[in-house]
Design a protein around this ligand. Structure first.
Ligand code: SF4
Ligand code: SF4
Length: 238
């Protein structure tokens, strides 16, 4: 009886197993032909540390502010710097020791210049331990194809200042004495249109002529009568 039960339970388990296998037969393969094929890594995956470059000029974004070096808990970053011709700091040496890096991401968090990032690159196994000290050129090379969203806004270039408009009314001060004399004479005389206007006003205003003295012949009759009366009074008085 026990033999029959174990026989049928074995057949049942076989059918269940074949059913699970049959379900996955039509699906795509999960395995990859590494190293010919690679899974794309998520953007926030923490692989090897790289240095990022400007997307337009290709220059390293690092300003040698040393914040990442101070933030690193493993002291895996070593930076040397000097000032360039524009009196700005730039790194002359930037080394990351991958033998002690713990991939914590503190350096990326501390950086304000989108200059350092933990990229999704995980293939850095080597035979010699010394090869795990990455220098600045190699770190920049690794970061060239690493996509990133710039967090820092670029300063807008100021447009060139417009020249001040020339005032037409402004005249140059006279340089010689003769020019100064001419200027003063001109100032005394009304010029151009204003002078013409003044002439026109003079012509329009009627000239007040002095009235000529009336000749005695032109005296009115009343005047003559009054004169005669005065003469008569004088004569009678005498
Ligand atoms: S990931 Fe962490 S340990 Fe590695 S360099 Fe950056 S701060 Fe240092
Ligand atoms: S990588 Fe960033 S934090 Fe580190 S020195 Fe350069 S600019 Fe400063």
């Amino acid at each position: 009886m026990g033999l029959v039960r174990s026989f049928f339970s074995g057949i049942y388990n076989l059918i269940v197993g074949l059913t699970v296998t049959g379900k996955h037969l039509g699906r795509h393969a999960i395995t990859l032909q590494y190293p010919k094929e690679r899974w794309p890594m998520p953007e926030r995956s923490r692989g090897v540390v790289v240095l990022l470059s400007d997307q337009e000029s290709g220059k390293l974004n690092c300003t040698a502010c040393m914040l990442c070096m101070r933030a690193c808990p493993s002291a895996a970053i070593m930076i040397e710097r000097e000032k360039n011709e524009n009196k700005r700091w730039e790194p002359t040496k930037f080394v990351i020791d991958n033998t002690i890096c713990c991939f914590c991401g503190q350096c990326e968090e501390a950086c304000n210049f989108d200059a350092i990032k933990l990229a999704g690159k995980y293939e850095f196994s080597v035979f010699d331990q010394g090869e795990l000290h990455y220098n600045m050129e190699y770190l920049g090379e690794l970061g060239k194809d690493v996509p990133y969203t710039p967090r820092r806004k670029k300063a807008k270039k100021k447009p060139p200042a417009k020249p001040a408009p020339k005032k037409e009314d402004e005249k140059k001060p006279p340089e010689t004495k003769s020019e100064q004399m001419k200027e003063e004479k001109k100032a005394d005389k009304p010029e151009g249109v204003e002078a013409k206007k003044e002439d026109e006003k003079k012509q329009d205003t009627p000239v007040k002529e002095d009235k000529p003295a009336q000749p005695e012949n032109d005296k009115t009759e009343q005047d003559q009568k009054s004169d005669q009366a005065d003469k008569d009074k004088k004569d009678s008085g005498n």
